[in-house]
Design a protein around this ligand. Sequence first.
Ligand SMILES: [Zn+2]
Length: 109
Amino acid sequence: MVTIMKRKDCIVQREPKKELDNRCIACNGSGKYDHNGSPKCDACNGTGRKMIMTLDEDTVADVAEFLETLRRSGETNMMGAGPYLKEEFGFDKYEARDYLLNWMTNYGK
Ligand SMILES: [Zn+2]
């Protein structure tokens, strides 16, 4: 006997993505200028995400300390520090980018 699974049983319910709050204002999250698929949205570099998220102050401090240690270690060019942040702090790639950019922007000030 063959049991045919109803289609609705196959659908996995997914939580709405919380990063919708971080949608790029310029392209409304599409990452594109128009519906033809090009060019990439400048404001978010095609990611559909705001370039700057609200950064947590305590985390910013921790990230700064971590990045300073990393910089001194000479292990990586700081442009390549994103993956280290992802691993150390559990960021997604956007968070890693934003915290890294924030640190580089403020470095030495
Ligand atoms: Zn955009």
